[in-house]
Design a protein around this ligand. Structure first.
Ligand SMILES: Cc1cc2nc3c(=O)[nH]c(=O)nc-3n(C[C@H](O)[C@H](O)[C@H](O)COP(=O)(O)OP(=O)(O)OC[C@H]3O[C@@H](n4cnc5c(N)ncnc54)[C@H](O)[C@@H]3O)c2cc1C
Length: 485
């Protein structure tokens, strides 16, 4: 079966839903938004932030990061498989990136992507969704008090990204997520007729003819697009879809038996991600009854005085969630809380590779954490600061003892071993098809007509804060470029 439309958007996550809505608002052409996973509409597990734990394994692609030297093996690398994408299974921390992040993009070759150019796109996102401050459980308040004891100011991170401690802004209206599918597309039945959302339909490869993207082969037949094909499968699967379609590093594609249509050396390379490691404390009492989500409090530290913005961001967790497959690396017996600092502009670069020539072959996710030594150095300094948090009066009223890594870990060598064995992703992969390397500043894939990328893949580099706000801003801008083409 062949279907013909004007715009085909592949991937109905944070970016895809924004682009679909904006194109539908501005053009009468037929638009198809393709999503491999199920619909989120009417599904409390997907839309109610309090019910995240009700999501079963089939809401996720089930990827594992590749084993790497000196870091945990089999790290679960969550990637949502449903309309709304990762913003329907994330924790809804929603922070506007500091101006220095976008200004840095421009300096790194993303011409025209600076803070002034991005400000209107923040406004569009902020006008489209509800952002509320996280509630504050007494245990989160203890963490904030601990920061104050250590001399940090209390900060409203909805207004400023500076050193301090405070509550996360959430893209949520009460417990209702404000993911882009919910805020931009729901109710699906009321969408304009020229915008069709096809869920449970996976793109298997792009159709490329004479240097132009003309559509995709999908699990529901061929879809041809007269105007443009837009990739929004996220920073893991957008480069995978390109590579299985013949767009990528030539030698790697030939090694998989894939015909090379365009030798694009940077596709899947330069993967950036926030890497964190937790300190875990046993609490005097069970922590119960948080309102919406167990990550309410945040802390930012600027360890390098000349850094453009904080270089460490902490998530304070009211529970300890296991991320390492079936291995209990951070086992707790009693009730526990944790604080996880991450390196905000981590410089280490990983990569996405193919394990086989088909979209159904799981991608190889090589995180390559700490390949840039400065990331490890920053994280070690943050870990020592985290221990000091645990020693404050405020935290001692809450916690009975540090259980991970525990007081026996003191030397740099011990801390390094610990960090390497428990480091974890904050699930912010980006930059795998970066502006200036794979796409032009107006987000066209270099050397291929009619093909745009709108998702986290195009980031020029990692940003200081949780990335979903920046993904939505990028998608808003992508829509403008696609409409202008
Ligand atoms: C567990 C977790 C917690 C997070 N917490 C936060 C947070 O609190 N705050 C924050 O700012 N960020 C958070 N993030 C990150 C943020 O949610 C993502 O960076 C953002 O949603 C990425 O948007 P995207 O559009 O690039 O990709 P996605 O949202 O991943 O969308 C990609 C979509 O494409 C679909 N797809 C993939 N391949 C195909 C195909 N071949 N055919 C059709 N469809 C396909 C996928 O199913 C998915 O729905 C978190 C992420 C995770 C995983």
């Amino acid at each position: 079966m062949t279907t013909v439309c004007d715009y085909l958007i592949i991937g109905g996550g944070s970016a895809g839903a924004v682009v679909a809505r904006r194109l539908a608002d501005k053009t009468p052409g037929r638009i198809i938004l393709l999503e491999a996973g199920r619909s989120d509409e009417g599904d409390p597990a997907a839309t109610d932030l309090r019910q995240l734990d009700a999501q079963t394994s089939d809401y996720d692609w089930g990827f594992r990061a590749a084993p790497l030297a000196g870091a945990p093996a089999l790290l679960k690398y969550a990637r949502a498989k449903l309309l709304g994408g990762c913003a329907n299974h994330n924790d809804c921390a929603f922070i506007r990136p500091p101006d220095s992040d976008f200004d840095a993009w421009e300096q790194q070759g993303a011409s025209g992507w600076n803070a002034a150019a991005m400000a209107p796109y923040w406004q569009r996102v902020a006008d489209s969704i509800t952002i509320e401050t996280a509630p504050c459980h007494p245990a989160s308040r203890s963490f904030i008090e601990a920061g104050l004891e250590l001399g940090l100011p209390e900060v409203d991170f909805g207004r400023a990204v500076t050193q301090g401690v405070g509550l996360f802004p959430l893209n949520a209206k009460g417990a209702l997520r404000q993911s882009s599918s919910i805020a931009y597309l729901h109710p699906l039945a009321a969408l304009p007729r020229h915008l069709e959302v096809w869920t449970q339909c996976m793109a298997l490869r792009l159709i490329l003819e004479h240097g132009r993207a003309v559509g995709a082969v999908t699990t529901r037949g061929q879809i041809l697009a007269r105007r443009a094909v837009v990739l929004a499968c996220g920073a893991i699967q957008t480069p995978q879809l390109m590579m299985v379609s013949g767009l990528g590093p030539g030698a790697e594609l030939r090694g998989q038996g894939i015909e090379v249509i365009a030798d694009l050396a940077h596709v899947g390379r330069h993967l950036r991600d926030h890497v964190a490691a937790p300190v875990v404390w046993e609490t005097h009492e069970e922590i119960r009854g948080w309102d919406i989500c167990p990550f309410e409090a945040a802390m930012m530290l600027q360890l390098e005085p000349e850094a453009p913005a904080p270089d460490i961001l902490f998530h304070f967790g009211l529970r300890v969630r296991e991320k390492y497959a079936d291995r209990a690396r951070l086992a707790t017996q009693g009730p526990a809380v944790k604080a996880s600092p991450n390196v905000t502009r981590a410089r280490s670069e990983g990569e996405i590779r193919l394990s086989g020539p088909a979209m159904t072959d799981p991608p190889v996710i090589n995180l390559n954490y700490f390949s840039d030594r400065s990331d490890l150095d920053l994280l070690l300094r943050a870990m020592r600061f985290t221990r000091r948090i645990g020693q404050t009066r405020a935290m001692q009223r809450l916690c009975s003892r540090e259980i991970h890594p525990g007081p026996a870990v003191e030397s740099d060598a011990d801390w390094t071993d610990y960090v390497r064995s428990v480091c974890e992703t904050v699930y912010h992969p980006c930059a795998t098809a970066a502006i200036g390397k794979v796409v032009t500043p107006d987000l066209r894939v270099m050397g291929i007509d009619g093909l745009f990328i709108a998702d986290a893949s195009v980031f020029a580099s990692l940003i200081t804060v949780n990335i979903n706000a920046a993904v939505m801003m990028t998608a808003e801008r992508a829509a403008d470029f696609i409409l202008a083409a």
